[in-house]
Design a protein around this ligand. Sequence first.
Ligand code: IMP
Length: 177
Amino acid sequence: MSSQPKLKLLFNREEIGATVSRLADEISQDYRSQHPLLIGVLKGSFVFMADLIRLLDFPLEVEFIRLSSYGRGRESSGKVKVVQGLRSPVKGRDVLIIEDIVDTGLTTVFLLDYLRRKKPASLKLCSLTDKPSRRQIPVTIDYLGFTVPNKFIVGYGIDWDEKFRYLPDIGYVEVED
Ligand code: IMP
């Protein structure tokens, strides 16, 4: 018989809402006068990004980048590439990356290096979640939502093989045989 994933709740929509507001306050304090460029990492950050920017009441621009490191499975291949690039220039901009999750750190470090080479005025990272137990390479997260356990996280934009992105809460997948 094939294994069935079971979902366990980690953070409900109220907790997520409160955390996104807290992050919006922190980001507002630092970026209010800077007209920043927010770069969302597709696809996992799109729900978070949509909620976050609606709490930022100052001028900003939005971009997206799509990277691939995971195939359709649950393990990172470790090899990261840009599969959908940026349209807006980054040079001289105050850039804030919006990530869904920092896991091994390989994707984020690749992206930080990639953007740094484009000479932004400043470059910082906001991640909704952090799974530090899996880190292979150090990453500084300037604005962090939740620290999560070593589980496969889904919901609120985050997927498991393209499933569960639509869930309004954040949970984790438990595979049972
Ligand atoms: P990293 O390169 O290992 O840090 O992985 C970064 C990317 O892997 C994230 O942006 C996600 O797309 C994906 N990822 C890592 N852990 C999870 C998880 O628990 N749930 C869903 N996606 C994950």
